[in-house]
Design a binder for this molecule. Structure first.
Ligand SMILES: NC(=O)c1ccc[n+]([C@@H]2O[C@H](COP(=O)([O-])OP(=O)(O)OC[C@H]3O[C@@H](n4cnc5c(N)ncnc54)[C@H](OP(=O)(O)O)[C@@H]3O)[C@@H](O)[C@H]2O)c1
Length: 290
C-alpha cells in the first residue's frame, strides 16, 4: 500500500466510476485531500465508503457552468487560503455512430463534455492552482492520436484535448504550472457498456437509409468494442500515471499507458495513412462490400 504523506488538495472530475474513481481512491491513500467530482450524491457517498474521511464528494457536472462555479467556490472555501495541488480532468463520455448520419446535437454533446467542459473546469480552478503552483492532468486517450471509424466524435474530442493540453502547457509555463496528458489504451471501466448503450440509442433513431448502408459495419464495431471493453487493463494502472504526473519533480508531458496504446500510437506515427486504415478496418472486421 502507498505510504501516507500530506500532498495537498486535488480535484478529480468524473470520480463516480472507472479511472476517476480509481484515481480518487489512490490519491486519497497517498495522502491527498481529494475533492471527488460526482453528479449524484449517492455516488459521492459510495466513494466515501472506500476512502478516508479526507475525501470530499463535490457535485460537478462539466456541462453545467453554474455547477462548475459552485464547485470551485466550495473548494476555495474549504481550502481557505491554501491553493490546489492538482486538477485531474477525467470526466468523459463516448458518442459513436456513422458521421454521415450522426445527429449534430450528439456531436455537440460529445465535445461539450470531453472538450469544452474540461477547459471550463480548468478556467474555474486555475486561480486556486496558481496559489499552490498546482498541476493540470488531462485524461486523453490513444484515440487522441489514432482515429477509428464510428468513433469519430470521441476521437475528435481526444485529438482536441491533445492540442489544448499542448497550448495550455506552454501558456502556463511562466508560472511553473505543469500540464500533462494521460493517453491510456483499453481500460476495463463502465464506459464501454455505457458507450454501447448510447450508441444503440443513437443508432435506433437513425433513418432506414443509415441502417441499410452501415448495419454490417456498425454491428462489427459493436462486437469488437464489446470484447475490447472486457479485456482491458485495470483503471488502477492509470491512477499510477496520474499520481506520477502530480508528484514527479519533472512530470512527463504525455503518459502513454498500456502496451496497446504504445503500439497504436507507434503504428500511427510510422505507417502511411492508407496502410493504417487497412489495419484498423481489418481489426474491426468491417465488411469490404456492405
Ligand atoms: N476506459 C477506457 O478504455 C479509456 C481509455 C482511454 C481514455 N479514457 C478516458 O478516461 C476518462 C474516464 O473514463 P472511464 O473509462 O473511467 O469511464 P467511466 O467509468 O464511464 O467514467 C466516466 C466518468 O465521467 C463522468 N461524467 C460523464 N459525463 C459527465 C458530466 N457531464 N459532468 C461530469 N462528469 C461526467 C461519469 O459520471 P456519471 O457516473 O455521473 O455519468 C463518470 O464518473 C474519460 O475521459 C475517457 O475518455 C478511457
Amino acid at each position: 500500500m502507498a505510504s501516507k504523506q500530506n500532498f495537498g488538495a486535488v480535484v478529480i472530475t468524473g470520480a463516480s466510476s472507472g479511472i476517476g474513481e480509481a484515481s480518487a481512491i489512490y490519491l486519497d491513500k497517498l495522502g491527498y485531500q481529494v475533492f471527488a467530482g460526482v453528479r449524484r450524491d449517492a455516488d459521492g457517498e459510495q466513494l466515501r465508503r472506500k476512502t478516508s474521511v479526507r475525501l470530499t464528494p463535490l457535485l460537478l457536472d462539466v456541462r453545467d457552468e453554474a455547477s462548475i462555479i459552485a464547485a470551485a467556490n466550495t473548494v476555495s472555501a474549504a481550502l481557505n487560503t491554501v491553493g490546489l495541488a492538482g486538477l485531474v480532468n477525467n470526466a468523459g463520455i463516448v458518442v459513436a455512430g456513422p458521421l454521415e448520419f450522426l445527429p449534430v446535437a450528439e456531436l455537440r454533446k460529445q465535445l461539450e463534455v470531453n472538450v469544452i467542459g474540461q477547459i471550463a473546469v480548468t478556467q474555474a480552478f486555475l486561480p486556486l492552482l496558481r496559489k499552490a503552483q498546482g498541476r493540470v492532468i488531462n485524461i486523453g486517450s490513444d484515440n487522441g492520436k489514432v482515429s477509428v471509424p464510428f468513433l469519430g466524435p470521441y476521437c475528435a474530442s481526444k485529438f482536441a484535448m491533445e492540442a489544448l493540453t499542448d497550448a495550455l502547457r506552454m501558456e502556463l509555463q511562466p508560472w511553473g504550472i505543469e500540464v500533462s496528458i494521460i493517453e491510456p489504451g483499453t481500460v476495463t471501466t463502465p464506459i464501454w457498456d455505457k458507450s454501447i448503450t448510447l450508441a444503440d440509442d443513437i443508432w435506433n433513431k437513425l433513418p432506414p437509409q443509415a441502417h441499410k448502408l452501415y448495419s454490417a459495419a456498425v454491428d462489427a464495431t459493436r462486437n469488437t468494442a464489446n470484447k475490447l471493453g472486457k479485456n482491458g487493463f485495470p483503471a488502477e494502472v492509470v491512477a499510477l500515471a496520474v499520481a506520477h504526473a502530480l508528484t514527479a519533480k519533472k512530470p512527463k508531458t504525455r503518459y502513454v499507458v498500456g502496451l496497446d496504446a504504445q503500439i497504436n500510437i507507434w503504428l500511427a506515427k510510422i505507417l502511411p495513412d492508407r496502410l493504417l486504415d487497412k489495419l484498423i478496418i481489418q481489426y474491426l472486421g468491417l465488411p469490404k462490400n456492405p
